[in-house]
Design a protein. Structure first.
Length: 282
């Protein structure tokens, strides 16, 4: 299993064919129902319907635009299928179900706990134009047009994400998703390093708040590498920003600069620019 590409840590539950066998025997890829399984796993809708965009004259933006750009999916279906399969196998190896949105469980934090008005620090307001861009990207994913990203396995570092095509600066790539839970419930969790801060309560003496926990449900964002402050300048090509979206907090991942095909994606969790250096940690 180590030599499989993409790497698979556990035997997949359904019939599976490597890219080499699939290209030699294309009839096998349809016979095993992998296309149907992929659509079922990612909740893909056969007919992609683009969300309606208000027809108005757009103002000319300055050279350095601060508006989100929608990602550009791969042109050919085979490339997109390989990208989605790499994510599916990575999630299945971690026993994580795919989810492209925040989820609220009865035994965790309720949806009413996620209100941006409770936030202790400043939180950015999402503009209408950026909201439309994100809706378009979510609809593209529903139509099977995923971001140009793939999950690869490294024997030393584990799973990581690489660009599978060129990505322009300010391109929206993903929302950090998973179960929303209270910080007090997760302080001693063994998966703590993959949790993302969603909200810090203003009036909490214990600095309690909400985490996004991708240990049971999540998407490609959970495999994107976090970096130390020392490596930030050279390696950081994404930023994670918390936004107030219609009264709720969300965390979005956006390209900081132009990214080349094959480049590894890295970002600072919650953009903590004043975080401590970790180059001396063992």
């Amino acid at each position: 299993m180590k030599c499989l590409r993409p790497a698979v840590l556990e035997i997949p539950p359904e019939n599976w064919y490597c890219d080499g066998c699939r290209s030699k025997h294309p009839e096998e890829s349809t016979r095993d129902g992998s296309s149907k399984s992929r659509k079922r796993y990612f909740g893909i809708i056969a007919k992609y319907i683009s969300p309606e965009v208000p027809q108005k004259r757009r103002k000319r933006l300055p050279k350095k635009s601060t508006k989100f750009l929608p990602y550009v999916p791969a042109n050919d279906v085979e490339s997109r299928n390989r990208q989605m399969d790499s994510l599916r196998f990575a999630l299945q190896s971690k026993n994580v179900a795919f989810s492209d949105k925040l989820t609220y469980s009865h035994d965790m934090a309720p949806k009413s706990a996620n209100q941006s008005k409770y936030e202790a620090d400043d939180i950015q307001e999402l503009s209408t134009e950026d909201y439309i861009t994100i809706k378009k990207c979510k609809a593209m994913m529903k139509g099977g047009k995923c971001p140009p990203l793939k999950v690869v396995f490294d024997e030393v570092e584990g799973y990581k994400v690489e660009a599978d095509g060129p990505i322009k600066a300010m391109t929206f790539l993903a929302e950090y998703t998973g179960d929303v839970d209270f910080v007090r419930n997760r302080r001693d969790d063994e998966n703590f390093d993959s949790f993302m801060t969603l909200l810090t309560y203003r009036d909490s003496e214990e600095e309690d708040g909400l985490f996004i926990c991708p240990d049971k449900r999540g998407n490609i964002a959970r495999f994107i590498s976090g970096i130390t402050t020392i490596l930030r300048k050279k390696k950081k090509n994404l930023k994670s920003v918390r936004y107030n979206v219609r009264g709720k907090c969300h965390v979005y991942l956006v390209a900081l600069r132009n990214i080349k095909k094959g480049e590894r994606l890295c970002f600072d969790y919650n953009g903590q620019d004043n975080g401590y250096d970790t180059q001396h940690f063992i």
